[in-house]
Design a protein. Structure first.
Length: 259
């Protein structure tokens, strides 16, 4: 993504948050085999349009948006992303109690990995697939420097700018569980969940303890998720990639995922 786009992402996609703020927040709490879950992304692929709780946000008008559509793909009801020198997020507003349901589960797939991406460099900050969560943090979890930077960002972009973010990514070169700050800001943490070609071309499942990850990254056990998004991002590297996302849901720390 180019510099202008990353500045927007540095404030964790304030435009996306403003756009989704008017959407109806609806989280069905399901009980399957005795296990409670908070469903945030189970998709009906009989629909011809994206679910109403989700919205595609094009961050820059001069950058082509990544394309998203519902798709029944190898037996899975999913959202397909197709990126071609493009960037856009597909996101929804969330409000999840991480003390009760700290674990996020999902399926995803990538049909290839990016050849030129490198998340250590701004010029390489592209991903075949990623799951993004933005958080609100209590005031005592933010340093003076953090507060000052956020104050400037909110003066420019409004008071809906979140305090922190975690990106779970499908990377091309760094080992699984690599953790580092985003190339543009230390208020966004990148965590590699899949790497390389070993799992491309098929559905794989993920299970992450979001509460543990946000405590490790930002030092607060009071972080509150406010936004969840999925994305494929290739506008900086100029590559093409196709990916899929399905069955996003939160469960208890000791509960099984529901796939």
């Amino acid at each position: 993504m180019n510099s202008k786009g990353r500045v927007i992402c540095w404030i964790f996609c304030a435009k996306l948050r403003a756009s989704v703020s008017a959407l109806l927040l609806y989280f069905p709490v399901l009980v399957l085999a005795g296990v409670a879950e908070v469903s945030v992304g189970r998709f009906d692929t009989e629909l011809t349009t994206l679910p109403t709780a989700w919205q595609v946000i094009q961050l820059e008008k001069n950058v082509s948006p990544t394309q998203y559509r519902p798709l029944y793909w190898d037996g899975v009801h999913a959202i397909e992303s197709q990126a071609n020198r493009s960037m856009a997020l597909l996101g929804r507003k969330v409000d999840v109690d991480l003390t009760a349901t700290p674990v996020l589960c999902w399926r995803w797939r990538a049909e290839d990995v990016l050849k030129k991406a490198d998340m250590k460099r701004r010029q390489g900050d592209d991903y075949a697939a990623r799951v993004y969560i933005a958080f609100a943090l209590p005031a005592d979890a933010l340093s003076f420097t953090d507060k000052a930077a956020l104050s400037v960002a909110r003066a420019l972009f409004g008071d809906r700018v979140p305090d922190a973010a975690i990106n779970y990514v499908w990377d091309n070169r760094h080992p699984v569980d690599t953790r580092m700050s985003n190339a543009y800001t230390d208020r966004a943490q990148m965590i590699v969940r899949r790497a390389g070609h070993a799992d491309v071309g098929r559905w794989v499942t993920e299970r992450v303890d979001v509460r543990d990850d946000v405590i490790r990254a930002f030092g607060s056990d009071k972080a509150r998720p406010i936004l969840l998004a999925i994305a494929s991002d290739t506008d900086n590297t100029g590559e093409k990639v196709r990916a899929g996302f399905a069955d996003l849901h939160f469960v208890g720390k000791n509960d099984a995922c529901n796939f």
